[in-house]
Design a binder for this molecule. Structure first.
Ligand code: TRP
Length: 326
């Protein structure tokens, strides 16, 4: 059986947080020993919504690469590259754009949702609609068959399959139909009890120092019924308890009892959580600091990754052109 080709892309939106680590990034780390991995920084995708302000684009790319490495991705094992360094993606995107009916794009659920949500940005553009076609080109330019993503991305993977099928039907068999792979990890809640996300501002970044982690944990919502120290609480509705499930699994029964029987105050419970989270990130912080001290290292990694991906992309593009007779 052929080795899996595993591909995923991240928009360079800044620092990674616990939600990433317990979700998709954890999955990517698992995958690095189980197939050929292509993990790239999707800077063209970032432009589709943030073309008006590119001030932090370069530094965000650098931060993200270093965060990936410190979290455990090994550039010896995986290909880490930058989307905009691979113009072959752009050409394939052009051919896919020729054959993708507008109706397919208008039906993608993220399109209408985001159009409504991003009302502070002018995203009524050609490529905001065409975005999933670019994503299909990202995936198919290396013939990836597995794509680890969050649930919101599944419609894009489905569209990629449809584009692959249509290309194969029109020009002859070339592309495999990739499958989306969801993370098996639990959705992690942020400090306000909603899903942890950069855009909600409720995240704990992997680079946060212990005092910052403590500050954020102290702000977390617990059971509002515990108005005073003596009121018993229900741990299941406490954000703090949800995170204890991950960080203090060994003490979970005790923690729940301390809450239900008001043996602990919320501050005590939060102190424990803050120190558990801070400890779990100690190794990351150290490695991340080391990497940050080597100037230009992230760009070296991207260049090295590119040199391995480019020949593969060129070959796929050559075959695509041959099929189209162009
Ligand atoms: N659309 C993805 C996101 O917003 C990023 C992305 C771009 C991607 N190209 C990809 C993910 C290809 C998986 C495969 O998060």
């Amino acid at each position: 059986m052929a080795r899996d080709r595993i591909l995923t892309g991240y928009r360079p939106t800044g620092r990674l947080h616990l939600g990433h680590l317990h979700g998709n990034l954890g999955r990517m780390i698992d995958f690095q020993d189980r197939g050929d991995c292509f993990f790239f920084i999707a800077d063209w995708h970032a432009l589709t919504t943030d073309y008006q302000d590119t001030t932090y684009l370069k530094s965000n790319i650098e931060e993200m690469v270093l965060d990936w490495l410190a979290a455990g991705l090994d550039p010896q094992k995986v290909n880490i590259y930058r989307q905009s360094d691979l113009p072959e993606v752009c050409e394939l995107f052009l051919y896919f754009s020729m054959i993708t009916p507008l109706g397919w794009l208008e039906r993608v659920p993220t399109y209408k949702e985001q159009l409504a949500q991003l009302n502070n940005k002018d995203v009524n553009t050609h490529l905001f609609l065409g975005y999933p076609v670019l994503q299909a080109a990202d995936i198919l330019i290396v013939q990836a068959n597995k794509v680890p993503v969050g649930e919101d991305q599944l419609p894009h993977i489905e569209l990629t399959r449809e584009i692959a099928r249509r290309f194969n039907y029109l020009y002859g068999q070339l592309f495999v139909e990739p499958e989306g792979v969801l993370s098996q990890f639990t959705k992690i809640v942020g400090t306000d009890g909603r899903k942890m996300s950069k855009s909600y501002g409720n995240y704990i970044a992997l680079t946060d120092e212990p005092p910052v982690i403590r500050e954020k944990v102290m702000e977390m919502i617990t059971d509002p019924a515990r108005r005073t120290r003596k009121d018993p609480g229900n741990p299941e509705i406490s954000t703090v308890f949800h995170l204890h499930k991950i960080y203090s699994a060994d003490l979970l029964e005790e923690i729940a009892e301390n809450c239900r029987e008001a043996k602990w105050g919320c501050v005590q419970c939060k102190e424990l959580l803050a120190s558990r989270i801070a400890d779990s990130l100690a190794e990351f912080r150290e490695k991340r600091k080391e990497l940050g001290e080597k100037p230009g290292f992230a760009w070296e990694v991207l260049e090295e990754g590119l040199s391995k991906v480019r020949p593969i992309a060129r070959e796929v593009l050559r075959e695509a052109r041959e099929r189209i007779r162009i």
